[in-house]
Design a protein around this ligand. Sequence first.
Ligand SMILES: Cc1ncc(C[n+]2csc(CCOP(=O)(O)OP(=O)(O)O)c2C)c(N)n1
Ligand SMILES: [Mg+2]
Length: 792
Amino acid sequence: MTTSTARNGSARVSLAVLAEIEQRVLWLATRIVDAANHDRDAGDGIKVGGHQASSASLVSVMTALYFAHLDAPDKVSVKPHASPVFHAIQYLLGNLDRSYLPMLRAFGGLQSYPSRTKDPDAVDFSTGSVGLGAAAPLFAAVTRRYVDAHFGARPKSRFIALIGDAELDEGNIWEAIADPATDGLGDVMWIVDVNRQSLDRVVPGVRIAQWEQQFTAAGWHVVEAKYGRRLQEAFARPGGTALRDWIDAMPNEHYQSLFGLDAARMRARFLEGAPEQVRQFCRPVGDADLAVLVTDLAGHDLGSLLQAFGECDQEKSRPSVVFAYTVKGWGLPIAGNPRNHSALMSSAQVDQLREQQGLTRETEWDRLDPMTATGQWVAARREHLAGAPRARQAAITVPESTEMRSGRPISTQEAFGRILVGLSRADGVAPYLVTTAPDVATSTNLAGFINRKGVFSPDARRDWSEDSVLKWAEGPGGQHIELGISEMNLFLLLGQLGLSFDLSEQPLLPVGTVYDPFVLRGLDAFIYSVYSGARFVVAGTPSGVSLAPEGGAHQSTITASVGLELPNVTFIEPAYAAALDWLMCGALQSIAAANAVVPGASTAEDGSYYFRLTTRSIAQEPFQAARDRLGDAILRRQVLAGAYRLVDAAEAAAAGAPPVYLAASGAVLPEVLEAAAELSDEGIAATVVDVTSLDRLYRAWQRTLRHGVRTATAPSIPGALRSAFPGRAPVVTVHDAASHAMSWLGSALGVPAVSLGVDSFGQSGAVADLYRAHDLDTGSIVNAALAALSLR
Ligand SMILES: Cc1ncc(C[n+]2csc(CCOP(=O)(O)OP(=O)(O)O)c2C)c(N)n1
Ligand SMILES: [Mg+2]
C-alpha cells in the first residue's frame, strides 16, 4: 500500500510536491547534458557526450531519496551516468552555483562522473569504473562499524549505493557481498536501477530472479519495487493474477520492445503469445490506458519507492538491496530505445520538453520558486541535509622511527612486521593503526601485530585454537580486519579506511598487505581508491624473482612501474630494515597530517604509499657503515628523499679511477655490493646508490623539468639526484623488476646507462639461478658496468 505523503523529520509533504520536484530534476539533468553538447563549442571536433537516458532512469529514485528520505549523515554513491541528476539536485538544494550547470564535462566544471576530488559540490563516493563505486559504501559501512566500536558511536549514517543493473555483471560486486567482513551491516542499502538495458543492448532474459537469490544467499534483505500503483491495482482485480504472471515471465527483450511503439502497436506486441485470460483482462482497457498501465513501474512511483526504502530501514541486522524497476529515458522521447545509452535529444526535442515543463529560455535554469509550497519544501530539505560542523579530531603522533635494529640478516618483509609491532607499542599512534589482508596476513608478517592487537569482529568470539605462536583473538577491540582472497576487496576496504577521516569523522592509519604480483588483481580498485583521495599504506610482498622457488606465477615484474606511475601514490622499495623504519614512519606521519586537516587541503606529499618488499634476508652491515659515515640526520633525509650512497667511491675517483654508478633498489643490493667490490679490484671507482624511492627521485626530476618547460628556462638536476649522484659518470641500474622502471635515470643524469632487470616471466629455482637467468648476478653487473663505461 502506498501513501500520498512523505516526511522530512516530523514534517510531511504531499507526493504531488515531490512529483513537481521530480519533473524539475528531470528537466535540469536533461538540459545539463544538452548544454554541454549544444551550448558550448570547444572547437576540437570531439563529441562531448553525456547520458540523458541513464539519468532519467534514476530521476524518481533520487528525488525520493534526496527530497524525502535522506538525513544529513547519510552517504550516497551515485552510478556514474546519473551525475547530471546529482548535480541538478545539489543545485536545487542550493549546494551548487548556477554557473556550473552549463559546465558538464568542461575543464574546471562538473565531472562526467561523480568525483570526490574534482567536483565542486560534495560527492561522498567517486564512481565511473562500474562496480567499484557501487561496492564502496559497503566498505564505508565496514569502516564505520570499526570506528564506532573503537572510538564511540558516530551519528548514525545510512550507506546507500545507486547502481546500474548491468553493473551487477562486475565480479567485484559479488566478491564484496560474499566477504564475511561485510556481513550484517543493517545500515547499507543498495538500489539497483533495473532499466533492463546496458550500454549495447537489452540485458538478455530475466536475470533478476537469479540476482535476488544471490543476494539472499549472501544474507541480504531483498526488496522489489517493481510495479507502480496502477499495476498493483490492476493485479488486485479479478483476473489480475494472470496479468501479473504474464509480465513477470516476459523476457526483457520482449518487454523493452514495447517502448517507442504507438498505443495500438504496443497492445499487439504486449499480447503476442499471451494466454487467453490476459487477453480477456485487457479487452476492456483502451489502447492508451493499456500503454500507460503496462509500463507503470515502481521505480517511477515515489510512494512505492519511499515505502521500499522504509522497509530497508526496518532491517537492522543485514544489508538491503532494492530492485527498482525503471525506464531508461523515463519521461523523454528516447525512453526504452535499445540504442539510447549515449543518445542525445535533438534541440527540437529539448525545446518541446522545456515548453512541457512550463519553462522558457529565460527561466530554464531557475530554482523552484521559494514562495511556493514546493520551493518551501526544498528549502526545508536543504536545512535538513546540511551537515553539522565537524568535530575536531585528536592529533595522531607518529614517531620518526621505532628504533628497530637487527644484528643478523633480515628481509624487508620481516622488518615490516617488526616495525608494526613497534608502532603498536607507541601510544600516540597505536589506537589508529588498522591492518587488513586478503587471507595473507600471516604470510606477509602481520602475525606479530595481530598477536598484540587482535582481529576485529563486531562481537567477541570464542577462540577455538590453542596455537601459542599465532593468537587469533576476535572481538570488537581487534585492530586487524581479515578479508577473504579478494584483492579488489582489499583495495576497496583500504580506500574506505583511508577516507574514514571524512566519511566517519575519524582519521585512521590503514595498512594492508598483499602478495606483490596480486596488486595487479586489485589494480582498478587501487586506482579507484587513490583517485577518491584515500590515504593508506599497502605493502606488496614478497615481490620479484627473489621469491625464487615460487616460480613465474608468483613473481611480480611490472609492479614497480605501476607504483612509480600511479598518481597519488608514492612508491617505496627499501633494502635495509632501518631505512624501511624511517620510511614507514614517515609515510604514516604524512597520512596522519593530511587526514587531520579539512578535506581538500593538501600537504606537500598527499596520497598513499606502496611499499614493495621481499622475503630475501640481507646483511645489514653495509647500511650501518653508511650510517656511521653520514650520521643519522643526513642519511635519514636522503633515505626519505629517495636515494643515498651506500658505498662511496669518490676517493678512488679523485685518485684517477674511472667512475661508475651502480644504482639499485631492494633485494638485489648484495649482488650490487659484490660487483662494486670486484670493480674496485679492477681499478674502477664504483659508487653504489641505494634507491629507496624511485618515485620520489622521478618526481623531483620531473618537477624541475616541468618548471623549465613552463618558464622556458634551463632545468637543473634536482637536489635529491645531485646528492646521490654528485659527479658525472655512467650508470648501471639493477632492479628485481622490469628494467624499464629505472631506465630513465640515465636521461635524468645526462649520462650513458645500462639497465638490468626482469623482462620475461620467471620460473622456479634458487635466487642465484634466477638472478643468473635475468642478468642480475654479480658477473653480469660487473659486465654491465664495463659496458656503461664503454658508452662514454
Ligand atoms: C569497468 C567499466 N567497464 C565499462 C564501462 C563502460 N560502461 C559505462 S556504462 C556501461 C553500461 C552500464 O549499464 P547499466 O549499469 O545498466 O547502466 P544504465 O543502464 O543505467 O546506463 C558500460 C559498459 C565502465 N564505465 N566501467
Ligand atoms: Mg541498465
